[in-house]
Write a protein that binds this ligand. Sequence first.
Ligand SMILES: [Mg+2]
Length: 305
Amino acid sequence: MGPMNLMSMSTSDLNVFLDSFDHVFSDCDGVIWAKKPLPGSGEFFERMQQLGKTVHFVSNNSMRTRQNYENLFAAANISEGFEKLTIPSTAIAEYLKAINFSKTVFCVTCPETMNVLQSYGFTCKYGPEVGLDLYTNYNKYLEDDTEVGAVVFDSDFNVNLPKMYQAITYLARPDVLFISGATDRHVPLIPGRVLLGTGIFTDIVSEEANRKPTQLAKPGKLFGEFAMKRAGVTDPSRVLFIGDMIEQDIGLGKATGFKTLLVLTNNTYEDMKAHKSLKPDFYADSLGSLVPVLNKVCLNGNYDG
Ligand SMILES: [Mg+2]
């Protein structure tokens, strides 16, 4: 059976769908907001809560500050969104805390991820922020630093050769942890144009160091389980995961055992059908497109779940 179109379901099928989960985990960028809130997103979550579902948010975007996230949730009419949000930076910090990590973290990350790690008390090393002209100037970035016990990659707009040299050098020691946040190889900014995401650089280091990172972002299963733990959820099969990216969102859902809903805000119906291995369980044009559908059961009292 292929993905089911939630926008044209009969009331009885809709009731079966609504009975199949207790928790909604939703991606943010491209689902709740693009540059501005996407119409009807807030109402969608309101309906879900009226139907007795818990609502949580899971994003790969560690670049935003807390204030920025709070403003975006408020603009979409979602209350306490930040409190219900799981992002890679907090997952990485919690992971390191859980294993009593006490060495230095080498950060090839956005400043906000480093802020989060430092707020947990971790010592961070970073930089340099610009590359150098001659290969001979790179020698010092090939020297090991035994204080470093972890290398973290997560959305760094200033990623460069010196940082990658250092990462590969430190990772030559097998006891140095290799952790990745956002894995996106490409960023959907302008249709038809190729924009390199952070995942490309993590992959180069992974290949050259011959190490696989522990993935604490979508689509990593560990990240899905971390989001469940934060939400107090124990059964993944009772979670509906909503996202706009096939690799990250549907990939995470499949890895963790969630039900999945793809909103077609960044992929077309044809893109969804053409994907070789990842198929969502359900699809819809957008969260807003589902509000009238949910109104049928919410307002008419046709849902008994
Ligand atoms: Mg997204």
